[in-house]
Design a protein around this ligand. Structure first.
Ligand code: MIC
Ligand code: SF4
Length: 642
């Protein structure tokens, strides 16, 4: 029986376990990436592990999220990351060099290697044929130290692309179609592998748009084969030697297959407030638009911006549309500056901001009250843009550009001009903004500004009892649990401060209630914790004394982060038990240690209602042990010291 590409890469990196979907495997990680908003925590954790130098083939730290520097905090974090990486053998991509996933794709990703990144969009590099997985900072810190990365062996599903996109229909429309079909939880526990003749029509950056937004499916990762198109891209990036041909066996077996005919696709839009609320632009058009934002790790490549420049050239953006563009990398920005496209964008009235995440994570450019914002980004969760009352629509660069001109959401296929953008034969490849770490780091001093506070540590698991502190619905995102915006992102190294904002978008009284009750339990619906990899969504509840989270189901990375923090993730065996619990019901897991030690089922008693619920603790033996120790760091400390 043949193997899928995913299985081939896992097989060549397998350190522990059996490649049986659903069971835990341990794999070797070749490369890691961090970004600044999860990086400070990851490096504090790396330092706590007492390892001198990273043991990966390549580890890179990017500064791309916390770019607004209204106070000293972000700059302090940059300085800490720059010095701690210099000390421990990590390459440092300076602020201004670009968004981690885009730069990694251009300069560092290697087909067939494994990449673990402390950002949920790490799968972007699956566009190059890498097995690229997003994880919490602690898992990345362990991988940097040469430790095994544990993950559930995924099912591998196949999306076969046939045909060719029509003019003005884009890679973004392909992934929006996949989201429409599979939904934001359709990828949980799965890797999405793309095959078919249609992939030959897609460049590496287009493939990366698709694998990037696979994160919104909840998938472990997404991957394309490495073929002659990958070779062309790597050649143009002056790193042909990194190429190898890779693909699934002809008789590979997939657990599910979806075929998409590219020639039938039309421009699509994800409507507020979920990336899977997808409709045709032509059925949604006419909505008055106040802001257009172009960029993010999904759509800020050279070709994306060239297309936008071609559409805007010689015109002026609509007077009521604020149009913002953040090029994905210094490479992209330099190239469009040199060939004049940047001048066309500026002349058309676009507001150019530096290469970084920017508005995607609410770092500036928050829209006006009740505004409609049309973005080429990947997430449109309520409030994420920085304005609670705003509506965010996710589209392709082509749709965004025409919309910027018309002032209403517009189907770009109404444009008649030709829109071909040739991939350059060679990109400008100057890595002068990547600092190579010191060979001899004995004299490197790690600089910690006052913003950097110790992270909270759990204690050994004993009793679990307390009130149901909050009850939230399905698809709660980490942006709800631990919001990130221009006023909160500077505090990623200060968990006590962040905890004051935990779950506030769902219930402003949650932090106070949690503190007044000395902690308790969170009750949630399906797909709890979807979205980002931020472990702050586990650390903030830990800071507030949360001992367990009971849901109908979890998103993958958040569940791993809860376990790493020693918070027990339980799932209702009977989902309707969710309905029986009210906020402030007194809950208890009697003999918690024994119950958690001994089995899959954990009985939760509702003392207020005099009821019992069976919940499932779906964890590996390793994770169970971790919970008993009170989290990963405690487990590492105990097992190393004894
Ligand atoms: C995001 O897009 O939500 C982020 C900000 O990049 C996060 C990481 C973070 O919270 O720092 C992610 O996707 O993991
Ligand atoms: Fe940055 Fe947005 Fe991409 Fe997250 S999704 S890495 S915030 S550009």
């Amino acid at each position: 029986m043949g193997l899928t590409l995913t299985e081939k890469i896992i097989k060549s990196h397998l350190l522990e376990g059996e490649m049986k979907p659903g069971s835990e495997i341990g794999i070797k990680i070749d490369q890691t990436l961090t970004q600044d908003s999860t990086g400070t925590m990851a490096y504090l954790q790396f330092e706590a592990m007492g390892i001198d130098r990273v043991k990966t083939k390549k580890s890179v730290a990017y500064i791309d999220h916390n770019m607004l520097q209204q106070g000293f905090e972000n700059a302090d974090d940059h300085k800490y990351i720059q010095t701690v990486t210099d000390k421990h053998g990590v390459f440092f991509s300076r602020p201004g060099n670009g968004i981690c996933h885009q730069v990694h794709l251009e300069r560092f990703g290697v087909p067939g290697d494994t990449l673990l990144g402390s950002d949920s969009h790490t799968p972007t590099n699956g566009g190059l044929g890498m097995l690229a997985i997003g994880a919490g900072g602690l898992d990345v810190a362990v991988a940097m130290g040469g430790g095994t990365y544990y993950v559930t062996m995924p099912e591998v599903i196949n999306i076969e692309l046939v045909g060719q996109l029509k003019p003005y229909v884009a890679a973004k429309d392909i992934i929006l179609e996949v989201l429409r079909i599979l939904s934001v939880k359709g990828g949980v526990g799965k890797v999405v592998e793309y095959t078919g003749e249609g992939i030959k029509t897609l460049t590496v950056p287009e493939r990366a748009t698709i694998t990037n937004m696979g994160a919104e499916l909840g998938a472990t990762t997404s991957i394309f084969p490495s073929d002659d198109i990958t070779l062309e891209f790597l050649k143009a990036q002056n790193r042909e030697e990194d190429w190898k041909e890779l693909g699934p066996d002809k008789d590979a077996v997939y657990s599910q297959k979806v075929t998409i005919d590219l020639s039938e696709l039309e421009p699509l839009v994800a409507k507020p407030h979920s990336p899977d609320d997808v409709a045709k632009v032509k059925d949604t058009q006419g909505i008055k638009v106040d802001q257009v934002a172009i960029g993010s790790c999904t759509n800020s490549s050279y070709a994306d911006l060239m297309k936008v420049a071609k559409i805007l050239k010689g015109k002026t953006v609509h007077p009521e549309v604020s149009t913002v563009i953040a090029p994905g990398s210094k490479q992209v920005l330099t190239m469009i500056a040199q060939n004049g496209a940047l001048a066309d964008l500026i002349a058309a009235g676009a507001r150019i901001i530096e290469s970084g995440c920017g508005p995607c994570i609410g770092m500036g450019q928050a829209p006006a009250s009740n505004a409609n914002s049309v973005r080429t980004f990947n997430r449109n969760f309520k409030g994420r843009c920085g304005t609670d009352s705003a509506n965010v629509y996710l589209v392709s660069p082509e749709t965004a550009a025409i919309t910027a001109l018309t002032g209403t959401l517009t189907d770009p296929t109404t444009l008649k001009e030709e829109l071909e953008v040739e991939m350059p034969e060679s990109f400008i490849t100057d890595d002068n903004m990547v600092i190579t770490p010191a060979e001899d780091s004995s004299s490197v001093e790690v600089i910690r500004g006052p913003n950097i506070k110790p992270f909270p540590l759990n204690t050994k698991l004993e009793e679990i009892a307390g009130p149901a502190l909050i009850k939230v619905e399905d698809n709660i995102t980490t942006d709800h649990i631990m919001p990130s915006n221009a006023s909160l992102l500077p505090f990623r190294s200060n968990v006590p401060y962040l905890a004051e904002h935990c779950l506030v978008p769902c219930d402003p009284d949650f932090p106070t209630r949690a503190k007044e009750n000395g902690g308790g339990i969170i009750i949630a619906g399906d797909n709890y914790g979807q979205g980002s990899s931020r472990e702050h969504a586990a650390l903030a509840p830990l800071q507030l004394g949360v001992k367990a989270v009971i849901t109908k189901s979890f998103a993958r990375i958040h569940k791993a982060n809860l376990i790493n923090s020693g918070i027990v993730p339980l799932v209702f065996e009977t989902p309707s038990d969710y309905d029986n619990i009210d906020v402030m019901d007194e809950l208890e897991i009697e003999n918690a240690r024994e119950q958690i030690e001994s089995g899959k089922e954990v009985i939760v008693t509702n003392k207020t209602k005099n009821q019992e619920y069976t919940t499932i603790l779906d964890v590996s033996d390793r994770e169970r042990t971790m919970l008993l120790y009170g989290g990963k760091i405690n487990m590492i400390k105990e097992t190393v010291n004894n």
